[in-house]
Structures are given as structure tokens and as C-alpha cells.
Design a protein around this ligand. Sequence first.
Ligand code: HEC
Length: 159
Amino acid sequence: MSNPRHSGLGPESPSTRASGNRSRIKSGMTIVAGLLLAGCAAVATAQQSESAPPAQAGPPPAPPPQTLSTRPDASGGEALYVAKCAMCHGPGGMGTGLLARRMDTPLLEERDNLAAPFVVIAARNGIGNMPAIPRGEVSDEDLQAIAEYLAAGPHGGAE
Ligand code: HEC
């Protein structure tokens, strides 16, 4: 006997017969599982073609973020605003979205009613869901420039 697995047992030994049965059962189950899967896939395909085309599912794509590279002409307070605030206050930003719930003009740059001291206090202390912006992130001087830029609005820069 050269095969160590079957040493001492012939080809028709109970153990090989049993494993033969098992593999028949196994392949039978594989076929059943395959049929079930195929059935599910068919149902899924049918359901898909009933509803709207998948390309139109989900929310519309977010507007591209505004950064200094999308607004290369910005300078001074405007550039600082783009660098430090526009990630939340640009079109589609989180700040814009939350402000839209309570004001007609959610973009800070389009406001004609922002006073510079209010902007400074809101940014330093945080306001509602906006986190406080520390001096390590935006210096007093830079925040003052941003506040003056916003107070001089409305600006069309956000479009
Ligand atoms: C992490 C996101 C985020 C950043 C960064 C951010 N803000 Fe805000 N900001 C918000 C959110 C959110 C609100 C709305 C808060 C609310 O209504 O709960 C808000 C509100 C404000 C308001 C209040 C407007 C009003 O009339 O009530 C001002 C002013 C403001 N932000 C200025 C700034 C300035 C200036 C910067 C940059 C120095 C800045 N924010 C950076 C998220 C941000």
C-alpha cells in the first residue's frame, strides 16, 4: 500500500464509501445553492429594472470644494477666508448647510449684514454647531482681516 491515507483499507472500505456519499450530497447542495442564488439574482434584476435607473439614485453630487487653488485670484482677507473658513462656509459646506436652516443667505460671503466684531466673536467662541477657532489656527490679525472682508460684503466670490 503506497497511499498512506488508505493504508490497510481497500477501495471499497466503509470510510471511502461514506466520503463518496458525502461528496455527492455536497455537490447536490452546491447545485441547490446555485439555483437559489440564480433565483435571487433574477429577482434582484427584476426589482432594479422596475425602479428608477441606478445612475439617478442617491443625492445629487456635492459642489466641488473651494480652495486657494480653485480661487487663485483671492488675496488678503478673502484669501484667508478661503483658506480658513471656506471648507465649511463654501457652497455645499457644513456651515452653509446649517445656516440655510435659519437664514435666506447661507453663504457668509453673500451677506450684507455681517459686522466685523460679530464675525470675530463667532469664530473665537464658536457659535451653535461651529467649533471655536483658536489663535493657533487663525491669528487675531488674520481673523480681523477675514472679518473685515466679510463685513464689506456682499461679495460674489462664492459663486
Ligand atoms: C468646521 C466647520 C466650520 C469652520 C472651519 C468655520 N465655520 Fe463658521 N460656522 C460653521 C457652522 C456649522 C455654523 C452654523 C452654526 C449653527 O447655526 O449652528 C457657522 C456659523 C458661522 C457664523 C454665524 C453666522 C450667523 O449669522 O449666525 C459666522 C459669523 C461664522 N461661522 C464665521 C466663520 C469664520 C470667519 C470662519 C473662518 C475663520 C469660520 N466660520 C469657519 C462651521 C464652520
